[in-house]
Ligand binder design. Structure first.
Ligand code: SF4
Ligand code: SF4
Length: 386
């Protein structure tokens, strides 16, 4: 099997279909917010044409083996600006997957400020795996997540989360951790818990410098946050802590997703139809982007002959005592930090070591065993989006 769960016929020649295939449609570059730390490039209106999305969905389904599953994601910009297209693509994917005998999951991350009629139907679709971007209390969130006129977006996001809870729709929250807000992490997690959020995906800002006291602040914030979290981990999940706790407590690792296939079983399509190994690398989608894959969504009948990339190199981490437990295997994160998909940098290494050490300390202080904790009884290999 290769890293994307695909059977290989011989070295260098891979022809069999995938058990799971992850397709992310970047539905528009436009966004109604102007978050200061946004990494998705310039904001301009270029909606994905129906034909590009249709063809990409058909090619992705053709890349999944019988009985396998398509994981369909929507990204932007702000995906909810294209809620009507997303609703149509979900309907089409459902029909096509049913007819082809393939399973389907779908999900998106939204900034939570658009909840018109169609957007609401998309968000509350029973099959939708929904994530809302929210950085916690007023100070952190509205410091960065603002409208073009500078107004903060927290009030609208909070209202959307309240309405979703009232409607009984489960959702996750994505919280960006960055140097200028990291010291507020324990309070921001408490704030989210107090407004009824049950699962938080922490997302480290990889597009900024972490220097000076930033790493020490990150260490302290993790230590304090784990202390707050440990008594409530049954009802309040935090991806960083759940993942490490699960590993340390001997949870069964379940390959849940095609995510992090990075071309092998996972592909992102820009509104132009150009192909990328990960949606986080689409950016402005310029023709000469160094990470762009050959071809477009409109050429070909499947995604089986996409270029593959190496995993984390032996040389990068040889001799490390926690190598087998370390999560620095995301090629995209490694690429963003070092320009090399197979090599994490000091920041990614520091984060993993700190989570390992601090979660171990919390475990020694008497966290529930994995069998008693539904949040950690299995590790789901997932990646959060901003
Ligand atoms: S981070 Fe998301 S919500 Fe904020 S400007 Fe970028 S695309 Fe829009
Ligand atoms: S990134 Fe750091 S902690 Fe992870 S395996 Fe490599 S050396 Fe070890």
């Amino acid at each position: 099997m290769d890293s994307g769960g695909r059977k290989t016929e011989s070295e260098g020649r891979k022809t069999a279909k995938y058990e799971r295939f992850g397709l992310t449609l970047v539905v528009n570059h436009a966004c109604n917010l102007r978050c200061s730390y946004c990494y998705t490039g310039a904001k301009f209106n270029r909606p994905m044409p129906d034909a590009v999305g249709d063809r990409a969905i058909d090619r992705a389904i053709n890349s999944v083996e019988a009985g396998g599953e398509l994981e369909l994601g929507f990204f932007g910009g702000e995906p909810m600006l294209e809620a009507d297209r997303i609703e149509r693509w979900i309907g089409r994917a459902r029909e096509r997957c049913r007819a082809a005998g393939r399973g389907l999951t779908f999900g998106l991350t939204t900034n939570g400020t658009l909840s018109g009629e169609i957007a609401w139907r998309v968000m509350t679709d029973p099959g939708m795996e929904l994530a809302i971007s929210c950085d916690g209390g007023l100070q952190s969130h509205d410091q960065h997540r603002v409208f073009p006129d500078g107004r903060g977006s927290l009030a609208l996001v909070t209202d959307t989360m309240r309405q979703l809870r009232t409607a009984g729709k489960p959702f996750r929250t994505v919280l960006v951790v960055r140097p200028d807000t990291v010291t507020g992490l324990p309070e921001n997690l408490s704030w989210l818990r107090d407004v009824g959020v049950e699962m938080v995906d922490l997302s480290l800002d990889l597009w900024t410098d972490w220097g000076g006291l930033d790493l020490e602040n990150l260490r302290q914030a993790i230590r304090d946050s784990i202390r707050d979290w440990r008594g409530r981990c049954h009802e309040f999940g935090v991806n960083w802590f759940n993942e490490k706790l699960g590993r340390l407590a001997g949870a069964r690792v379940r390959k849940e997703t095609a995510r992090c296939g990075f071309g092998a079983g996972e592909i992102a399509v820009a509104p132009s139809g150009r192909l990328y190994p990960c949606e986080r690398l689409v950016g402005d989608d310029t023709a000469n982007s160094p990470v762009r894959l050959p071809g477009t969504a409109l050429e070909g009948s499947d995604f089986l002959s996409i270029r593959t990339f190496p995993g984390r190199s032996e040389a990068a981490c040889s001799g490390c005592a926690i190598e087998s437990e370390c999560s620095t295997t995301c090629r995209c994160s490694n690429y963003v930090r070092t320009g090399d998909v197979s090599r994490p940098d000091g920041l990614l290494c520091f984060l993993d070591r700190t989570l390992f050490r601090e979660t171990l300390a919390a475990l020694a202080d008497g966290l529930p065993r994995s069998s008693e904790n539904p949040q950690t009884s299995e590790i789901h290999e997932e990646r959060s989006q901003q």
